[in-house]
Design a binder for this molecule. Structure first.
Ligand code: SF4
Ligand code: SF4
Length: 465
């Protein structure tokens, strides 16, 4: 089949994605079972070659909507291109009310926290919930997450965790994220309990959404505002000796991986590390040791540019935060000697569990700290499930959407089959999106690994503690 002539429209990010990937062809086979976007991209490409016409704008827009930003495909630039395309679309056409509500977890969480409990109970009544789902484009078969009457941030305030830690070390600044903060407070409470029981002082700073759900829907402006706020707060705390920690792998991915993309190429950062006039210095990530690799500026200055999603934010702060932020599991494992006493394993009704490492945890390249920590609990067997190419298919809140829910479940089916085969007492995963998908598709209870560690330590994950 002769190749399709290239488009000349360089201002359309999705057309650039389409041209680049169809030229390359690697993901035609690599991603055919792990992603909804690539099979459609190559179907469109084959079709376009036959009729000798580039796909139209609508087809490209629908193509972008199929990306759940799982991070499994090889090229970060392609993923950024897809998010940029969604942002262009939102700038041109605005957001639908459904997309606005589904992407703004922080705002929904705050509103739910303000609503009186009888009103929340009324909203969950069948006909009202049905009408609500239909109005904002949620698939009628999807169960909405529980709405707790109190959120984690008010609990943390009551415990005095909003106040800075004085004269204690080690100390962490806990970034709970919106989903645990507002909808699954038991996870955030478990995180605080496990950290404190290990002698770590916890501060819960003022925080906003990490921006990922907003970016996925194309609301780049709001995402940037919220990330700017978080960056200022967290970098300030890093400079005061705190280690920022996250229990949500998507927040961790945003703060550690996405935020710093391209930052080291910026003029500000190059000046900060005192690069010579004719060189671009980049952190040496290959050797695993601190230091820089020097590249000839005249050869690379047009390629190595700070033009990612967060290029409008302070590059020095982005690099500083990315280097310091850790997942809670990674942080705990790093502080616990191998022969540290194991938790007591009291109050553990579930004995045989499977652990699924979510996509955004794998993308942080921190190994699998929770597997190691859970393996230390006596009388608990935790078996890893899912390969590096397995995805639950949920894609943040995308799996809730009408028209996407069935495809999202189909994408996760390969993983569900592996879990069914293992027939565990419970599933453990650190991602709340995966949790919601598993709870929808499978009959097993689902826990965050920090909840399991907290249970093993005999801690109650409730507002009563
Ligand atoms: S994502 Fe990268 S490797 Fe995959 S087809 Fe596109 S350009 Fe090629
Ligand atoms: S990030 Fe995930 S869903 Fe998006 S294109 Fe890559 S593999 Fe597909």
């Amino acid at each position: 089949m002769p190749p399709l002539p290239k488009s000349t429209d360089g201002s359309n990010p999705m057309r650039w994605v389409f041209d680049s990937c169809s030229d390359c062809d690697t993901c035609r086979f690599l991603m055919d079972e792990s992603c909804l976007m690539f099979p459609e991209l190559f179907r469109l490409y084959d079709q376009s070659c036959e009729n000798r016409r580039q796909p139209n704008e609508d087809a490209l827009r629908r193509l972008a909507e199929l990306c759940t930003f799982c991070g499994l495909c090889p090229c970060p630039d392609i993923r950024t291109g897809i998010l940029k395309d969604k942002a262009v679309s939102v700038r041109q056409n605005g957001l639908t009310i459904g997309a606005r509500l589904l992407s703004d977890v922080q705002r929904i969480g705050l509103l739910c926290g303000l609503a009186p409990p009888p009103l929340l109970r009324l909203l969950r009544k069948d006909p009202i919930e049905k009408a609500f789902k239909s109005r904002i484009g949620i698939d009628p078969k999807r169960r909405l997450p529980p709405i707790p009457t109190r959120h984690f941030f008010s609990w943390a305030k009551r415990k005095g965790l909003d106040r800075p830690v004085v004269d204690r070390s080690p100390k962490v600044a806990y970034f709970a994220g919106c989903t645990a903060g507002y909808f699954f407070p038991e996870i955030a409470i478990a995180a605080v309990g496990v950290l404190e029981r290990n002698g770590i002082a916890v501060h819960v700073p003022e925080q906003q959404c990490c921006g990922m759900p907003l970016l996925l829907e194309g609301d780049q402006e709001t995402a940037l505002d919220r990330m700017r706020f978080n960056l200022n707060v967290l970098v300030g705390l890093v400079r005061e000796g705190y280690t920022p920690v996250c229990s949500c792998p998507t927040c961790g991915y945003a703060l550690k991986v996405l935020l710093q993309q391209g930052a080291c190429y910026s003029e500000g950062y190059q000046r900060h590390i005192q690069a010579e006039t004719g060189e671009i210095r980049i952190p040496d990530r290959q050797s695993g040791k601190p230091g820089f690799v020097s590249l000839k500026k005249s050869m690379y200055e047009n390629l190595l540019i700070d033009d990612g999603l967060f290029s409008g934010l302070d590059p020095i702060g982005r690099m500083e935060l990315a280097a310091r932020v850790q997942d809670v599991g990674e942080y705990l494992l790093g502080r616990m000697p191998e022969n540290a006493p194991a938790p007591a394993s009291t109050g553990m009704p579930h004995r045989r569990m499977v652990y699924f490492a979510p996509c955004h945890q794998r993308e942080q390249e921190i190994g699998s700290p929770y597997e190691t920590l859970l393996a230390r609990i006596p009388s608990l067997s935790v078996q890893r499930v899912g390969s590096a190419m397995d995805c639950c298919g949920m894609g943040g809140s995308l799996g809730f959407k009408q028209g996407f829910s069935e495809r999202s479940l189909a994408l996760g089916e390969r993983l569900f089959a592996k879990i069914r085969k293992a027939a565990p007492d419970a599933i453990v995963t650190d991602c709340i999106s995966c949790r919601l998908q598993f709870e929808h598709a499978l009959p097993y209870p689902v826990f965050h690994p920090l909840q399991v560690l907290a249970m093993a330590m005999g801690q109650r994950g409730s507002f009563a503690s």
